[in-house]
Design a protein around this ligand. Structure first.
Ligand SMILES: [Zn+2]
Length: 429
């Protein structure tokens, strides 16, 4: 059934915002057919639904989180330095476990909170398959990355093989259940925890040359020091964990340069954090066509400072937005993340941030039907209700929408109206 939906504002993200516009959706296909301005849609047979003083925009895409750490919400306090935070996280993980019933229940609750705050897509990273079933049971689309780490070069082939095997198990489970919204991939953790040999072995296991993967890069000053000199708190951590490799010598490169030098900077790579990135590294990310995922609230929590938000957007790099996990942020609300990013870069136009939180993440994760309102895109779009006197709706979405709880979904509103033969829905002719 074709339905014409009218609204005060439509923010397609990939085309200019429309005031007093319409969207035409095909409820049988679950897609957008067209959109435009004016209160009257095309002359096609269908029905109309007037949503009134609302804004319709694409659902948001959280390009980086770890749902399997949701049970550690509030357990690991903010830290003054990164490695101190990592040590506290590892201790909490050992004490509470991963892959338990508690983990799965907390992941399910975290997913529900993401849906309730406007997320439609996710890039989830984990060392277990615990979040896979809760994700498959949710409305979210995206990628679950099975993550590998191991600093000893000699162990790389074995760890890569077991990671690939775990990922294959998860993917086959989804396929057997007929689930298509969630893809499974594999990913290295970070340069200070994962040997170059393991990073490269994982790249070789990606599904096709354009496969999607992710890695934490340039997060902390300690990581920069370690790659430059081989010394500092990262080395002490590896030694204390019994993970040090005596055959290793430092590449003496900045983090992104190092990633490029081992062949892991490519179009399918989601480079997470980049908090310490110099302009030359942002240029490398842009040239590779990789995506930089900002998780600014988490950066502050773990003691690594603020990311160079203005420079990231000025560089022209593909940008996306993530929250990281509930072990290093208060909530998984991307609207709160947008408000924080704008506070860090007050001159940045709201549309650039909205694009990163929608199209940027969707395209990076290979979910082209999400992150935009356009013909052929998903009709699972967000519906929010700004104050009646709002002048700049994009600015309201970025700065103020986190604190209001009116998140609704276009597909549900259309389906509800059709089911109840609501007074607002009637034949267009
Ligand atoms: Zn992370």
């Amino acid at each position: 059934m074709i339905v014409h939906v009218t609204a005060r504002w439509i923010v397609p993200v990939v085309s200019p915002t429309v005031r007093d516009g319409w969207i035409e959706v095909d409820s049988a296909r679950g897609t957008i057919v067209g959109l435009g301005s004016g209160s009257v849609a095309s002359g096609r047979a269908g029905q109309t639904l007037d949503l009134g003083d609302v804004v319709i925009l694409p659902g948001l895409v959280n390009a980086h989180t770890h749902l399997e750490l949701s049970h550690l919400a509030g357990v690991v306090p903010p830290a003054a330095s990164f490695v101190a935070w990592v040590r506290a996280l590892l201790q909490a993980r050992r004490a509470r476990g991963v892959g338990t019933d508690e983990t799965r229940a907390a992941a399910g609750a975290a997913i529900a909170s993401m849906e309730a705050t406007g997320a439609v897509g996710v890039g989830d990273v984990g060392n277990s398959n615990a979040p896979v079933q809760p994700l498959a049971a949710s409305s979210l689309s995206g990628v679950h990355f099975r993550e590998a780490l191991g600093f000893r070069t000699a162990a790389a082939a074995r760890i890569a093989a077991s990671t690939r095997s775990d990922a294959t198990d998860a993917a086959e489970g989804l396929r057997a259940a007929g689930h298509t919204r969630l893809a499974i991939s594999i990913a290295p953790h970070a340069p200070y925890s994962t040997s170059a040999a393991l990073v490269q072995a994982l790249q070789a296991g990606l599904p096709g040359a354009g496969g999607v993967s992710t890695i934490h890069v340039g997060e902390s000053p300690e990581e920069v020091e370690f790659l430059a000199t081989g010394t500092g708190p990262c080395r002490a951590l590896l030694e204390d964990l019994g993970a040090w490799d005596d055959t290793w010598s430092p590449p003496r490169l900045p983090p992104v340069d190092y990633l490029q030098s081992i062949g892991a900077l490519h179009r399918g790579m989601l480079v997470v954090h980049g908090t310490q990135c110099r302009d030359a590294e942002l240029t490398l990310v842009r040239a590779a066509g990789a995506t930089l995922v900002l998780c600014a609230r988490s950066n502050r929590w773990v003691g690594v400072g603020d990311p160079p938000v203005s420079r990231v957007f000025a560089s022209g790099v593909r940008a996306a937005v993530g929250t990281d996990s509930l072990a290093s942020v208060d909530d998984l609300n991307l609207f709160a993340e947008l408000a924080h990013l704008q506070a860090l870069a007050p001159d940045l136009p709201a549309p650039a941030l909205l694009r990163a939180a929608t199209t940027g993440g969707a395209d990076a994760l290979g979910c082209g039907a999400l992150g935009r309102l356009a013909p052929g895109a998903s009709w699972r779009a967000l519906v929010r209700r700004p104050p009646s006197d709002v002048a700049d709706v994009e600015q309201w979405l970025v700065a103020d929408a986190a604190s209001t709880g009116d998140v609704r979904w276009l597909d549900q509103l259309v389906a509800d109206a059709a089911r109840r033969t609501h007074p607002g829905i009637h034949g267009a002719d």
